[in-house]
Design a protein around this ligand. Sequence first.
Ligand SMILES: NC(=O)c1ccc[n+]([C@@H]2O[C@H](COP(=O)([O-])OP(=O)(O)OC[C@H]3O[C@@H](n4cnc5c(N)ncnc54)[C@H](O)[C@@H]3O)[C@@H](O)[C@H]2O)c1
Length: 291
Amino acid sequence: MTKVKTVAVAGSGTMGTGIAIVAARAGFRTIVFDTRQDALDRARGQTEAFLRKSVARGKLSVEDLDAILGRWSSTTKLEDLASGDVVIEAVFEDLRVKHELFSALDRVCAADTIFASNTSTISITEIAGGSGRPDRFVGMHFCLPAQLMKLIEMSPGLETSDDTWQRAWEFALQMGQQPVKTKDTPGFILNYFLIPYNNDAIRLVEAGVAEPAEIDRAIRTALGYPMGPLELLDLVGMDTQRLLCEAMHGLTNEDRAACPPLVKRMIAAKRLGKKTGHGFHRYTDTKMFGA
Ligand SMILES: NC(=O)c1ccc[n+]([C@@H]2O[C@H](COP(=O)([O-])OP(=O)(O)OC[C@H]3O[C@@H](n4cnc5c(N)ncnc54)[C@H](O)[C@@H]3O)[C@@H](O)[C@H]2O)c1
């Protein structure tokens, strides 16, 4: 069984940036790939800023910061991922884009390299079907923000081999994460619960039951969550909530996943959440990643 030494992360957006921090922090050589140089530059800046904050908070030594950054590299050339023992994909939530990427990776990577997808809603078996190696494919769904959240929902596709599953599970533990096994189903565990939960909070606002701040305070106080649902939605973004709802509703046809009309109106008004400075709450700081 090949020991994982090098982790390739494809896609350096919100999730890829966080996943690469998790991998490099755990001691793996980490190569981040994106088609856009500006996305890689932003990922590097956000990574440095996050690690500096960890040092300032006494959670990381300066030596460790240097070592983590030394293990982190980036590229716009797919061929540079050839040395990856695991590739974690975090590109756009689009089956065609994922298939194109994985079939190109299949030609570049070693035969025993494991492919993993961080998809939130697309079937793992379906993505694996276009990867050229469905037996060495697994779902690894990290949570936002990946660099802080320990959970990974791990899902085998229909063709995932036992050996791949075992290696991927051990790799998740070696990264210091807490894997949970789920079936390959829409929303896995977390989003199956979270998308309708967020929708319910939006519907309370729509119905004028209470102000957003009051709803958040009630949930935080009663359930002990660090954030209320509308604060969380402001981080997720209304645009993303709409996509998540549409994907999950399209797959399950369950009313609980249907996108509330208020989300569409807020998108039209550019009230996307923290990133535009206004969602259910107002923000003066629109930086999303501790940068
Ligand atoms: N944002 C979340 O809360 C969240 C949580 C868990 C999982 N996910 C999943 O993670 C994945 C990425 O989501 P995100 O929010 O990080 O997206 P994002 O839009 O922030 O980043 C996507 C990145 O992928 C890059 N990209 C697109 N096509 C590419 C290709 N062919 N090759 C290399 N790079 C490419 C883009 O340039 C961009 O930098 C999606 O599948 C999403 O469902 C998202």
